[in-house]
Every structure is written in C-alpha cells, then in structure tokens.
Design a binder for this molecule. Structure first.
Ligand code: HEC
Length: 92
C-alpha cells in the first residue's frame, strides 16, 4: 500500500514538472516565432521540402496562389504566412 502512495506522489510531481517545462518552452518558442521576419521564416520553413525558388521565379499573382498551397504544407499561421509571402512579393 505504501509503495502505491509513493507512486502516486511521484507521478503527480512528474506531471506538474512536465506541465511547467512544456509551458515555459512553448511560450518562448511562440514569442521567438512572432519576432521573426518574413525572410527568416521563409529561409527556415520553405527549404524543409524543396529548394526555395527565387522570388523572381513567379509574379505576384502566382505567389498568392502558391501561398494558399504552401501555407498549409509548411503549417504556418495566417500571420506568419503573410510575413513570408509579403516578403517574397516585395522581392520579385
Ligand atoms: C511539407 C513540405 C513543403 C513545405 C514546408 C513547403 N513546400 Fe512548397 N512544395 C511542396 C511540394 C510537395 C510541392 C510540389 C507539389 C505541389 O505543388 O503541391 C511544392 C511546390 C512548391 C512550388 C512550385 C509550385 C508550382 O506549381 O510551380 C513553390 C513555388 C513552393 N512550393 C514554394 C514554397 C514556399 C514559399 C514555402 C514556404 C512557405 C514552401 N513551398 C513550403 C512541399 C512543401
């Protein structure tokens, strides 16, 4: 019986620590992500699956269509996606 009690307490402590650790970690990451420029997000996300095509490779209309597809593939929020593609459209 005593052993079970210790297990219960240990599990609770680990649980609480996990929540704190994950909580602080994700907040930092979200803040870091928010402060990133479109160019940074572009460099970090768009090369995960393929080389990043030059902004000059497509016109603004094409980039807007590509945004709809790649935003989902790259799992970017609306805000992040706007930063990336505003940067691309400003650079072509
Ligand atoms: C999870 C993988 C993945 C990520 C991340 C990704 N792409 Fe793609 N991308 C693809 C695949 C697969 C294709 C080809 C098939 C398609 O068009 O769906 C492609 C095609 C493209 C094309 C060519 C479209 C065409 O029809 O000529 C462009 C341009 C492009 N991606 C830009 C981007 C940009 C910019 C980002 C960053 C926001 C990005 N991709 C992120 C997987 C990805």
């Amino acid at each position: 019986m005593k052993t079970y009690k210790i297990f219960g307490i240990a599990t609770a402590v680990i649980g609480i620590l996990t929540v704190f650790t994950l909580g602080s970690c994700s907040t930092e990451q979200v803040t870091a992500y928010k402060n990133k420029s479109g160019a940074q997000l572009w460099g970090e996300n768009c090369i995960r699956c393929h080389n990043t095509p030059s902004p000059a490779a497509y016109n603004d209309t094409d980039w807007t269509t590509i945004e709809m597809h790649m935003r989902i593939r790259a799992n970017l929020s609306k805000e992040q996606s706007e930063k990336v593609f505003d940067f691309i459209r400003s650079a072509n």
